[in-house]
Design a protein around this ligand. Structure first.
Ligand code: UT7
Length: 325
């Protein structure tokens, strides 16, 4: 049976120039390179330059993704930005990106699911593309997380970085089988009861401020390892595959120990895990497309391969996506 699938036809990434090492952070908060590497796997992270906004990072990643897909901004008919660090409360960062890229009038909006934002945004975009409402969708994960950090809190300020990654999505014809190119299965989850474990302590309608990121790290860690596995299995079941069949596991990059813990729980070979946490740290909604782009650039991820994406973040939110490139 012929079906329309949503295929990834271009991937782009952008990291700001400034590198912040663990040693740099040890000068401002009581920590050490040794502790950070041992507990998280992080060696360094990028920080956006003063005046460089989330939309600026997003535009760079989007330009690369469009070039890889052989498309121009004039071809784009949907822009979704997954971000927790919008340039402004409104308009949506997606509309700012649309303006900066010169994309014609089309739907443009943000998705806010924190670190799970990219998986959520892919699901939303699939709804447009697979139903014929978009022929060239730009889905971007972009963050300036370093702007949300309390640099007196060593439990959080060492964990995050800035960056952006983008996918171009286009409709392709499939046969309704697991051999099809494109998105094959999703599972999205949220549990608002866990808000107090990971949140911002400010916002437009509560404090009138941006606030700072707050996290009870150890509890978030536990939840991440246990609950992601269930969503991954559900996405795999919807796709009609079994998890060990995937060629590459491209998880949200929060902590190397979480990546390993989830891979182990899923029975996935550690050699199938794309990890960028050492050099990017946690870039929230940007981490999956950044890791995906790196896997393509270094030749590990190839057309035709089966990819498993997953993420977990504030809300709590979490989810997974299975696709064939
Ligand atoms: O993307 C959104 C989801 N976020 C995550 O997935 C993050 C999940 N959590 C984690 O990655 C880990 O829990 C952390 C890396 C945040 C912390 O690692 P942990 O092994 O869970 O450490 P902990 O929070 O239990 O803290 C252990 C000790 C504490 O000291 P005491 O109370 O045992 O004396 C902390 O104060 O480590 C201390 N500590 C630090 N020490 C040096 C916490 N942060 C630091 C630091 N440098 N930066």
């Amino acid at each position: 049976m012929s079906v329309i699938r949503t295929a990834v036809t271009g991937v782009g990434a952008y990291l700001p120039e400034q590198i912040v090492t663990n040693a740099d952070l040890a000068k401002i908060v009581e920590t050490s390179d040794e502790w950070i590497q041992e507990r998280t796997g992080i060696k360094e992270r990028r920080r956006a330059a003063p005046g460089q906004c989330t939309s600026d990072l997003a535009v760079e990643a989007a330009r690369e993704a469009l070039a890889k897909a052989g498309k121009t901004p004039a071809d784009v008919d949907l822009v979704i930005v997954a971000t927790t660090t919008p340039d402004l409360t409104f308009p949506a960062t997606a509309a700012i990106v649309q303006r900066k890229l010169g994309v014609p009038v089309c739907p443009a909006f943000d998705v806010q699911a924190v670190c799970s934002g990219f998986v959520y945004a892919l699901t939303v975009a699939d709804g447009f593309v697979a139903r014929g409402h978009a022929r060239c969708a730009l889905v971007i994960g972009a963050e300036t997380m370093t702007r949300l950090l309390d640099y007196a809190d060593r439990g959080t300020c060492v964990l995050f970085g800035d960056g952006a990654g983008a996918f171009v999505l286009e409709p392709v014809e499939g046969q309704g089988t697991t051999a099809d190119r494109g998105m094959l299965g999703f599972a999205l989850r949220a549990d608002g009861q866990k808000q107090d474990l990971l949140y911002m302590d400010g916002g437009p309608s509560s404090t009138g401020t941006v606030g700072h990121l707050r996290m009870v790290g150890a509890q978030v860690f536990r939840h991440a390892v246990v609950n992601i596995a269930e969503a991954v299995e559900a996405a795999a079941a919807q796709a009609g595959i079994s998890v060990p069949d995937v060629d590459w596991f491209v998880p949200h990059q929060a902590n190397q120990r979480i990546l390993q813990g989830v891979a182990h729980r899923l029975g996935l070979d550690e050699n199938k895990v794309i990890s960028t946490v050492a050099l990017h740290a946690n870039t929230s909604a940007a981490s999956i497309p950044l890791a995906f782009a790196e896997g393509i650039a270094d030749g590990r991820i190839k057309p035709g391969q089966l990819l498993l994406l997953e993420a977990m973040g504030g809300g709590f939110t979490w989810g997974a996506c299975v696709l064939r490139l």
